[in-house]
Design a protein around this ligand. Sequence first.
Ligand code: NDP
Length: 326
Amino acid sequence: ASTMEVPSLKMNNGRDMPAIGLGTYLGFDQNGVVKSKDKQLRDVVMRAIDVGYRHFDTASVYETEQEIGEAVKMKVEEGVVKREDIFITTKLWNTQHRRTEVAQAINDSLKKLGLDYIDLYLMHWPIGLNADYSHSDVDFMETWRGLEDAQRMGIVKGIGLSNFNKQQLERVLKEGTIKPDAIQIEVHLQNVQKEMVEFCQSEGVVVMGYSPFGSLVARHGSTVEGPKIDDPVLSSIAQKYGKTTPQIVLRWQIERKVVPIPKTVNPKRLEENINIFDFTLTPDEVEKINGFDTHTRYTLPSFWQNHPYYPFDKVDNPIADPFIKV
Ligand code: NDP
């Protein structure tokens, strides 16, 4: 396997983020419990480093930090990479939103990762929860100050947000002391987020796009509406470049300067997904793909929709909270 050279994007803190990352969320079971630690992930991450991935996306709630840390450590020991070649993004969970809790949460993540700093630390949601998952009224600006403290301490090099809407991001830009380095939001061919992406980029906030394959793949175990892997429009573009349709939708995000974080545990798809830096799409093709937008979100935690900082539109029939353990 050859190693792909991955370009990078400059963040507000002056540091570089590799333009693609590996997603490592393995899912929850029916009881809302994170799937038992999948030991294969450590091998996946080691293989990913071999084929050129330098950026890994995790979160304290995914419970994958330890395996990623082990893989990085082994690859550093093997002399394949240095710590500073690797970019780790992880996230603060909603139950640790008090300013004083943030450093503790970061230290827990550092311990699991086996590292002494995190490259990018995101507030996973603007929504603060108490330990029993009832709604807390901690203002996300208080939490943001905790992230700023951590950056000043040097335990995180960059700080940012996830699942904030435009108004919430505007508030952080206005009332915060440090500008966010990045924001991680749902971006794929059915949720193009044109205005949001442009706004973030106009403020120098790098956009990371989660669930990058959109409707191409099954979601939560079932297929969803929308273009599939054999979609004729995507297939004809793919054919022109000798690529696959998943590679075309990832490249479309690269053209928009959105950092996709595709998840796979499959060795073949791991290589497929990073093999997107030897061609470019025309502006026409980018526009064509933008045309698939249906403003569809797959991550819609409507069980939190009565929280004062819920970022999305409310729905009529909210689903039950899978995090509440009965
Ligand atoms: P993705 O769009 O990355 O889709 C993952 C699915 O696609 C898996 O079933 C995977 O299966 C399959 N797949 C991967 N590559 C290919 C390919 N080339 N061809 C066909 N199928 C493929 O969705 P996710 O929702 O997992 O999002 C990616 C990452 O984004 C997460 O892992 C997480 O890190 C982050 N995320 C962040 C959120 C947030 O709130 N901030 C919310 C949701 C996700 P297989 O493994 O078998 O290849």
